[in-house]
Write a protein that binds this ligand. Structure first.
Ligand SMILES: Nc1ncnc2c1ncn2[C@@H]1O[C@H](COP(=O)(O)OP(=O)(O)OP(=O)(O)O)[C@@H](O)[C@H]1O
Length: 309
């Protein structure tokens, strides 16, 4: 068995079923993705992906650049059609009922597409106009959201003068204007400093506690690990593992013995710390015992690092 096959076996559920298909429908489902593929000419961006996001979850799609995460979000948010398969959002078919789907979702894109010449407040009002929100409700909601994302003091500055973190917070406020129950965030903290990243995480958690279901994509291990209730690991268009961060790590072994030797780094996994320590005691060289992380899960499945792409 190759390392990848061994890891795939380790990440399967105990009864031998592959870990990925988990398709119990869906009273409690916010999103259903069923055997979805997307091809661009010769490129298969998404390759037979299936998963369910439950209502009230923060669900993360974790994978390197080019894995197919943005393409999945674009299909779920009606921006591009799948080549095969079906997608449902809030029980509505994305292909048959895109208008209903648009009402249910807010989208925070990876790239800042705010109107730079307008102020923060004007950007929110513009979005409300597009959603035909009544004026009284609109003005109340704009103020509520500016307070919520901590931009009230800068609401009347033009967006071109905003920092990256401020722009990201305004993008989140804009996505929430029409009170969607489901929010998509494509790499919500990419390019932000660690402190700002934590503020965005707090905001996502507060939003989620107020009842919003969240699907986000990320290639940051820590973001998937500490923020997401469940994570789907995606690589080269395929969903290769699915579970809570704890389940994914425990299937591999919660403790990792890492040995830096001449030929490179070797990692061995154990369920219990004392077994990991005992094994470490038998090794020569630079040896560390640490908790397993989602990067380990990805490396064991693919033989590559997430950051390596
Ligand atoms: N419009 C398109 N035309 C052709 N190929 C595309 C198009 N959109 C995406 N692709 C290709 O599909 C694959 C998946 O891209 P996608 O953007 O979904 O990945 P990703 O995981 O979101 O990565 P990133 O975070 O870098 O955007 C890549 O090989 C990409 O080059």
């Amino acid at each position: 068995m190759s390392v990848g096959q061994q890891a795939a076996a380790a990440l399967s559920s105990p009864d031998g079923e592959p870990a990925v298909p988990e398709m119990a429908w869906p009273e409690a489902a916010a999103l259903v993705v069923r055997q979805v593929a997307k091809r661009y000419g010769p490129v298969t961006a998404v390759d037979g992906v299936s998963f369910v996001v439950r209502r009230g979850e923060i669900f993360g799609l974790l994978g390197p650049n080019g894995a197919g995460k943005t393409t999945l979000i674009r299909m779920l948010t009606t921006l591009t059609r799948p080549t095969a398969g079906e997608l449902f959002v809030g029980g509505e078919s994305v292909s048959k009922n895109p208008v209903a789907v648009k009402k249910l979702i807010g989208v925070v894109p990876q790239v800042n597409n705010l109107e730079r010449e307008l102020t923060g407040r004007e950007n929110l009002v513009l979005h409300a106009l597009l959603h035909r929100m009544p004026r009284g409700d609109r003005d109340r909601r704009v103020q509520e959201l500016l307070d919520y994302v901590g931009l009230d003091g800068r609401a009347d500055d033009r967006v071109q003068h905003y920092s990256g973190g401020m722009a990201r917070r305004l993008l989140i406020a804009r996505a929430l204007m029409h009170r969607p129950p489901i929010l998509f965030l494509d790499e919500p903290t990419v390019g932000l400093d660690p402190q700002t990243r934590r503020k965005i995480w707090d905001l996502i958690q507060v939003m989620n506690r107020s009842g919003v279901t969240v699907l986000l994509t990320t290639h940051y291990i820590e973001e998937a690990d500490s923020l997401c209730h469940r994570v789907g690991i995606i690589d080269r268009g395929k969903l290769i593992a699915l579970g809570t961060p704890r389940e994914l790590k425990d299937r591999l072994g919660s403790f990792c013995v890492e040995c830096f030797a001449g030929e490179g780094t070797r990692r061995v996994f154990f369920p219990a710390r004392q077994d990991a320590k005992a094994h470490a005691g038998t090794l020569a060289g630079d040896v560390t015992v640490r908790r397993t992380n989602l990067e380990d899960v990805f490396v064991e499945l693919t033989g590559r690092e997430i950051r390596g792409g």
